[in-house]
Design a protein around this ligand. Structure first.
Ligand code: ATP
Ligand code: MG
Length: 582
């Protein structure tokens, strides 16, 4: 079973502990049949046989076995706990690394709440399996076999008559196991839905309030909770239907022992001591039988949970370094070439046969209506997605032949959707290199026009900003994100609508600062304001997947879209419109 193999693989380093724990479990289980056997000797030899000198040593031995068994159990629990915690740590580490390497398409498909369910609830089941189910299985199996062997030695007829219950129990358990598996998958899915809704509501709390949609969200959450509850109740009912059958089968063992045992005593085939041992060990047969069904229940949950973990554990990113990738020799110059690039999201084409080149040190601006694909161009440039057709070259080498580390090191993006960490402001700005000198970090803040408001904060650069930068205005967050991108000092600097929430005056100051960066870089600026783009070496207008390229002058003369934007924004000194392309 691959789920078990998965656990074994991840136990590396602590396998000995687990095996040690399981051996102890087996040992302690064997011990349980010793005391009933000693009681048989006690009754037959010490009491009935008159060998009273055996009484005290036998009782002391029985006490010693009880204590020894408890000590061994304690050690076993310690070993099982340690090995299972190590297992979780190993799996978590791989999953976290894996998530970090995943491409955007992976996160487009799988939601945060679902991932959280996998690394919390599902992982807990894997731990439960390792620390508890395995031990219970061994315990039940060894107890059962030891009891059968011990009883078989005393009287085979009585032992076999008690075992007639076993096939019935196996049939019932197997039928139940088949029924319950899909039910546990359902429970798991419903739980993940609850987590997704909860996570989205916590994250989007302000939006929910702003739109007064609390009631709607509450309703949605309670529907999900109800679905989870119903799924759990269904699984529980399925189990409860089986419990009485299993209990009855367990009870039957006592009846069989008394009935058949009584007849055998009357026939003189066994002694009273033998029967004492049989009744004393009835539980050692019935309990493992019952446990077997409980374990099937737990195993089904373990399988459902492990399947979900394995999915993200082994999810291999399609976007990864090729074995023959070219490793950059020093800093790249930042030349970007799009050559006949095609790209679509599913059936929706976004870029069609797009070609352009930005030379090192040049500034290119990208404009176009909302949703036309500007951010997509940036994502393709950083190889967060791969092109469907054509190619993108960075310093003349296809991105697919470069290493991801080289690409990401060479392109610093101030993203449109600003994300700041719950950390100090300087920690956020120096994210690319935490060892960055303080002065360089402050210079970058100044270039991004962020130094003014930061120094007014109570703790300046040491101020901790909350999740997603709560406590800062939209424009302030944008400026910290810009400072962070500048601080990376990469050969390509991309600003995706980075100054949209910044006032005109600050924006023009930032524009001036961008000419004075203390390092060479190619700049890609996505903006809606003509003032932000008009001085660029090239302006790309993206519409309906196609591009038009020009400068402010040529586009104002020939491109209808650009001309309209200029006119809407009252741009002065426009050349006469000559008509032409869209
Ligand atoms: N992860 C995604 N999955 C599916 N479609 C997507 C995804 N991201 C973007 N799109 C679609 O691709 C198109 C281009 O999106 P993109 O974000 O590049 O637009 P944009 O030009 O940056 O828009 P804006 O000016 O609003 O920032 C849009 O129609 C959008 O719906
Ligand atoms: Mg965008």
């Amino acid at each position: 079973m691959f789920q078990m193999r998965f656990v074994w693989k991840n136990l590396k380093g602590r396998r000995g502990m687990l095996v040690g724990g399981l051996i102890l479990a087996a040992f302690t289980s064997v011990l349980v049949v010793v005391n009933p056997y000693l009681s048989k000797i006690l009754v037959d030899d010490a009491v009935e046989g008159g060998q009273t000198q055996l009484l005290v040593p036998l009782l002391l031995l029985m006490c010693g076995i009880v204590f020894g068994r408890q000590a061994a159990r304690f050690l076993m629990v310690v070993l099982m706990e340690k090995s299972s915690q190590h297992l979780l740590m190993n799996i978590r580490r791989v999953i976290f690394t894996n998530l970090q390497n995943q491409e955007m398409r992976f996160f487009d498909k799988i939601r945060t709440g679902d991932i959280i369910t996998r690394v919390t609830g599902d992982l807990e089941y894997v731990r439960h399996f390792t620390a508890y189910i395995t031990y219970c299985e061994i315990d039940s199996l060894v107890t059962f076999i030891s009891a059968v062997v011990a009883l078989g030695f005393v009287n085979m007829k009585l032992t076999l008559s008690m075992l007639t219950v076993l096939p019935l129990l196996i049939v019932v358990s197997l039928i139940y196991s088949k029924k319950v598996r899909p039910l546990y998958r359902e429970i798991r899915y419903r739980l993940s839905q609850i987590n997704v809704t909860a996570q989205e509501n916590i994250e989007g709390n302000r939006v929910v309030r702003a739109f007064a949609r609390e009631e709607y969200e509450k309703q949605k959450f309670s529907e999900k909770s109800q679905a989870y509850q119903e799924a759990s109740v269904r699984a529980s009912f399925a189990w409860q239907k089986v419990v009485p059958i299993i209990d009855c089968l367990g009870q039957m063992l006592t009846f069989i022992a008394l009935l058949v045992g009584g007849i055998l005593i009357i026939n003189g085939e066994i002694t009273i001591g033998d029967l004492t041992m049989f009744t004393g060990l009835t539980w050692a047969l019935s309990q493992p039988m019952k446990n077997f069904s409980y374990l099937i229940n737990d195993l089904q949950r373990f399988f459902a949970a492990t399947d979900k973990i394995i999915e993200i554990y082994y999810a291999k990113p399609m976007i990864a370094d090729r074995h023959d990738a070219v490793v950059a020799n020093g800093r790249l110059t930042g030349e970007i070439t799009f050559s006949h690039v095609n790209f679509s999201f599913g059936d929706q084409p976004v870029l069609q046969d797009v070609s352009f080149t930005v030379h090192p040190g040049q500034t290119v601006a990208i404009m176009g209506p909302t949703g036309c694909g500007k951010t997509t161009i940036v994502n393709l440039m950083s190889r967060f997605y791969d092109v469907d057709g054509g190619s993108i070259l960075l310093d003349g080498v296809d991105l697919r032949r470069r290493t991801l580390a080289d690409i990401r090191k060479s392109i610093a993006v101030a993203t449109q959707d600003v994300f700041l960490f719950s950390d100090t402001i300087d920690g956020n700005i120096a994210f690319a290199d935490p060892k960055m000198p303080e002065q360089r970090m402050r210079d970058c803040a100044r270039l991004a026009c962020a130094d003014g408001f930061i120094s007014e904060m109570p703790e300046g650069y040491d101020t901790i900003i909350g999740e997603r930068g709560v406590g800062l205005s939209g424009g302030q967050k944008q400026r910290i994100a810009l400072a962070r991108a500048i601080a990376a000092q990469a050969p390509v600097l991309v600003l995706d609508d980075t100054t949209s929430a910044v006032d005109m005056e600050t924006e023009s100051k930032i524009r001036r600062h961008l000419h004075q960066l203390p390092f060479d870089c190619t700049k890609v600026i996505i903006a809606q304001r003509i003032s932000s783009v008009k001085d660029a070496d090239q302006i790309i207008i993206l519409q309906h997947g196609k591009i038009a390229i020009g400068t402010h002058d040529t586009l104002a003369r020939t491109n209808t879209y650009y001309r309209e934007i200029c006119e809407i924004q009252d741009v002065e000194g426009l050349p006469a419109f000559e008509g032409g392309a869209d």
